[in-house]
Design a protein around this ligand. Structure first.
Ligand code: RFL
Ligand code: PHB
Length: 393
């Protein structure tokens, strides 16, 4: 069966769903195809920190009501080392830009509900997706649904299919240059039924390695521990996890995370990837399909939102005025924000993790870096600007 649309979107993560909503609001038709089930997509536990720009975009799109009610606005974060917690006043240092803690799965849930209200197609369990004729003005996406073959004839394909998607692989290999970096550690993340014992996030460097205290709601704490890249979760029973989290996060003023029932555990590898260019012909990549950042800077979801905001603008301009300027400059503008986010995420990661290859000099230098950070207005302002995020451009 052949469907006809203006924009075929592969992937119903934040990138694909935000793009679909922005296009809908601009009166542009799209079809979103997603290989997983709706439940899988909504229940995946991932990011939790929204930049000011992402929050503003949710409101502009008309999907910000629940976010306004349930999102937790944080004006600062803590950096902990040497037994002390130091607050960085994000809002005070950036003329009021703050972050909002609201789970990625809640963002996705709100966007799927909006998509359903729009009446535009969102196809779950679409398997074997492939893209064709991306060099032409009529590219197509083919997929299977319940054993039947489908084809979407479109003007543009948006590759929003994440880091393991197929769209990036459809770009001609001699043209595409992936820049990559692996990190020699991973994160063990948990969700716990425990009221957050600190109202803001705590990023901590301890002799045993990095730990992060975050949250999802007033009753759910989210915590992460630096671990080995090939870590076996079986080796981490709950009491070992709590012991290590408490050791790495506890500060001299007696603060430590509240303990509760662990409801989810997972390991996240850490990688940096940038795909250059982000487009080929009528195929345009957005979000994790185009770049991956290590989670320490909390930038992945926010970069995805900035990409599709730009992409929707370029597509809107094309249909509105016939201009292709926005489309032609999509890679250049996208890579600028991406590389800045890569630099910041790399810096947060290398400043806050212990590396097995580091020598005592490296450790002392790392502590000096943190000491400078929390005592210099200039250094704190730099962190605050990058963490809260500059306006989308
Ligand atoms: P997604 O969310 O991976 O969505 C891609 C979608 O495409 C589908 N797909 C396909 N569909 C059809 N056919 C195919 N062949 C397909 N191949 C794939 C997938 O099923 C999926 O539904 O990418 P998107 O939309 O670009 O969004 C990116 C974000 O998900 C990601 O950057 C963030 O989660 C990263 N991240 C964080 N970002 C932040 O901004 N703030 C944070 O605090 C933050 N914390 C995190 C994170 C990521 C983490 N993990 C698990 C990687 C914390 C963690 C632990
Ligand atoms: C989260 O709450 O999941 C989270 C917060 C900050 C990060 C990464 C993840 O840097």
């Amino acid at each position: 069966m052949t469907h006809r649309t203006q924009v075929a979107i592969v992937g119903a993560g934040p990138a694909g769903l935000i793009l679909g909503q922005l296009l809908h609001n601009a009166g542009i038709d799209s079809v979103i195809v997603e290989r997983h089930t709706r439940d899988h997509v909504v229940e995946r536990v991932r990011a939790g920190v929204l930049e000011q720009g992402t929050v503003d975009l949710m409101h502009e799109m008309g999907v910000g009501d629940r976010l306004a009610r349930e999102g937790l606005r944080h004006d600062g974060i803590y950096i902990a080392f040497g037994g002390e917690r130091h607050r960085i006043d994000l809002a005070g240092l950036t003329a009021g830009r703050a972050i909002t803690v609201y789970g990625q799965n809640e963002v996705v849930r709100d966007l799927i509900a909006a998509r359903e209200r729009s009446g535009r197609p969102l196809v779950f369990e679409a398997t074997g997706a492939s893209v064709h004729d991306i060099d032409s003005t009529h590219p197509t996406v083919r997929y299977r649904l319940a054993g039947d073959e489908h084809e979407i004839a479109s003007d543009f394909i948006a590759g929003c299919d994440g880091s393991h998607g197929i769209c990036r692989l459809a770009m001609p290999s001699p043209v595409v240059h992936p820049y990559e970096r692996e990190y020699p550690f991973a994160w063990l993340g948990i969700l716990a039924r425990a009221a957050p014992s600190c109202p803001e996030l705590v990023y901590s460097l301890h002799e045993h390695g990095f730990a992060l205290f975050s949250m999802r709601s007033t009753g759910v704490t989210r915590l992460y521990l630096q671990c080995e890249p090939d870590e076996d979760l079986q080796r981490w029973p709950d009491d070992r996890i709590w012991g290590e989290l408490t050791t790495r996060l506890r500060t001299n003023d007696g603060w430590q995370p509240a303990v509760g029932e662990i409801t989810q555990k997972s390991i996240t590898p850490m990688r940096s990837v940038v795909v250059d260019p982000m487009q080929w012909g009528r195929l345009l990549l957005a979000g994790d399909a185009a770049h991956i950042v290590p989670p320490t800077g909390a930038k992945g979801l926010n970069l995805a939102a900035a990409d599709v905001w730009r992409l929707a603008g370029a597509i809107g301009e094309f249909y509105g005025t016939g201009s292709e300027v926005g489309l032609r400059t999509y890679t250049e503008r996208g890579l600028r924000r991406t590389w800045r986010a890569q630099r910041f995420s790399w810096w947060m990661t290398s400043t806050l993790h212990r590396s097995a290859s580091a020598n005592p000099f490296d450790h002392k230098r790392q502590l000096a870096e943190l000491d400078y950070l929390v005592h210099s207005q200039a250094a704190m302002t730099s962190l605050a600007e990058n963490y809260a995020g500059v306006p989308f451009a």
